[in-house]
Design a protein around this ligand. Structure first.
Ligand SMILES: Nc1nc2c(ncn2[C@@H]2O[C@H](COP(=O)(O)OP(=O)(O)OP(=O)(O)O)[C@@H](O)[C@H]2O)c(=O)[nH]1
Length: 408
């Protein structure tokens, strides 16, 4: 569910950006030309900044995208004298390269890897060129109906690309979309946006409009890199909730009144030993997603291992208690469906042997609550108090909440 939500959230943001850009460029062509005419360098500067950040962050794919876009812009700027056929095909080739880059991993910037990537990009370029040159002859008989079909959809389509080129554009865009669905992050969303904007570039003649599209793309690349790096640094990789580092940063923003709740899954070692570490990981994700939904203004963090911390700013332990109780109950009541055991290599004969039925289990967690007070005003001291309360909860039989013994 969270995975689907992440896909739709990203798609919504980037699709909205794409539509906004296209609408703005369509509606404001003369205005944009006036704005960008005195700024012929702006697209290059944006790409340069994005490329430098990509270098610093080790995002080689976005770096190569910036290089490709700079070449595209340069040729659009007619700074390089090449045959018009090459200029016409270049957006398609860049599109193919973008879809290729969305399918591979960041390989970094070591001399060897840069050389290998350049060779691969060259191969993609040659293959794309060959496809654009030889495919029309192969599908000659289908070309005329394809032109008619494209004309029926929208009369202007054939003026931008030939129907065969449209097919290649579609293929490249679907590849980027599928890669984004498989690896849902900002980098892949930016690559998808990049592919979309490069695909529509031939529809907009004029260097200024290309500069606008490049500027949008370079900015989205920078945003994607910063956002993904932020997530890596401040979100726990397994559970997706804010990490210990995020907690330490958050603590600095707290005022003089707050409550710290320490949560720990009960008998988790036994659970891991019984059902395996992978199932243990799934349980951790589940518990984290419950804790993440805590009410009362509480904020959950994974502290490490099977321990979580929740902070309630501007609350007393008594005010936080009902929300913690609610979450404890939610976790305890939730039946966890265990995945079916892996099928045996040799399938039992039909009618013999019982189906490998999935089992459900339940898990509980214990909680310790402490507040900031004049006696315990350092975060580490309040944590220690919450930990003592948690230990008391464990001693009291687990699956319960204990308040630290602190002066009122
Ligand atoms: N699957 C999984 N297990 C983890 C992870 N981090 C820590 N653990 C396990 O969590 C278990 C913690 O066990 P203990 O601290 O002994 O406590 P417990 O078994 O939960 O018992 P009580 O806390 O006393 O109820 C260890 O077996 C760790 O290996 C993780 O990321 N994934």
């Amino acid at each position: 569910m969270t995975y689907l939500y992440a896909i739709f959230r990203h798609l919504f943001v980037y699709a909205a950006l794409f539509i906004l850009v296209v609408y703005f460029v369509e509606a404001q062509r003369p205005l944009l030309r006036d704005w960008f005419l005195p700024l012929p360098w702006i697209g290059y500067v944006a790409l340069g900044v994005s490329a430098v950040i990509a270098l610093q962050f080790g995002r080689s794919r976005l770096f190569w995208c910036c290089v490709m876009l700079a070449i595209l812009l340069l040729i659009g700027h007619e700074k390089i004298d090449l045959s018009s056929e090459f200029s016409r095909r270049l957006p398609l080739i860049v599109l193919m390269i973008l879809s290729y880059l969305s399918c591979v991993k960041d390989s970094g910037f070591s001399g060897h890897n840069v050389a290998v990537t350049l060779v691969k990009l060259f191969v993609v370029t040659v293959l794309s060129w060959a496809a654009l040159t030889y495919l029309p002859a192969l599908v000659q008989n289908h070309l005329s109906p394809m032109y008619t079909f494209a004309n029926q959809i929208a009369p202007g389509l054939n003026a931008i690309y030939t129907p065969l080129e449209w097919l290649l554009v579609g293929l490249a865009l679907v590849t980027c979309l599928l890669r984004f669905i498989f690896v849902t992050d900002n980098n892949h969303a930016a690559l998808l946006l990049g592919a979309l904007l490069v695909a529509i570039m031939p529809a907009y003649s004029g260097f200024e409009l290309h500069s606008v599209l490049t500027l949008v793309l370079a900015t989205s690349f920078v945003y994607a890199m910063l956002k993904d790096s932020f997530n890596m640094a401040f979100k726990d990789e397994l559970t997706g909730v804010p990490s210990r580092r995020a907690l330490m940063q958050y603590v600095n923003t707290l005022g003089r009144k707050y409550v710290v709740v320490m949560a720990d899954i009960d008998h988790f070692k036994k659970f891991n030993d019984t059902y395996g570490h992978d199932v243990g990981d799934e349980v951790l994700k589940l518990v984290a997603s419950r804790l993440n939904k805590i009410g009362g203004g509480g904020k959950a963090f994974r502290f490490g291992g099977e321990e979580f911390i929740m902070i309630f700013p501007r609350k007393t332990p008594q005010q936080a208690l009902p929300f913690v109780e609610q979450i404890r109950q939610l976790i305890a009541d939730y039946p966890i469906a265990l995945r079916e055991k892996p099928r045996p290599k040799k399938a039992p004969k039909r009618g013999t042997g019982k189906p490998n039925q999935g089992k459900t289990v339940k898990i509980t967690a214990s909680f310790g609550i402490a507040k900031r007070s004049s006696e315990f005003n350092q975060f580490s001291d309040i944590m220690k108090q919450a930990d003592i309360a948690l230990y008391t909860a464990k001693k009291a039989g687990r699956n319960c909440v204990q308040l630290a013994k602190q002066p009122e």
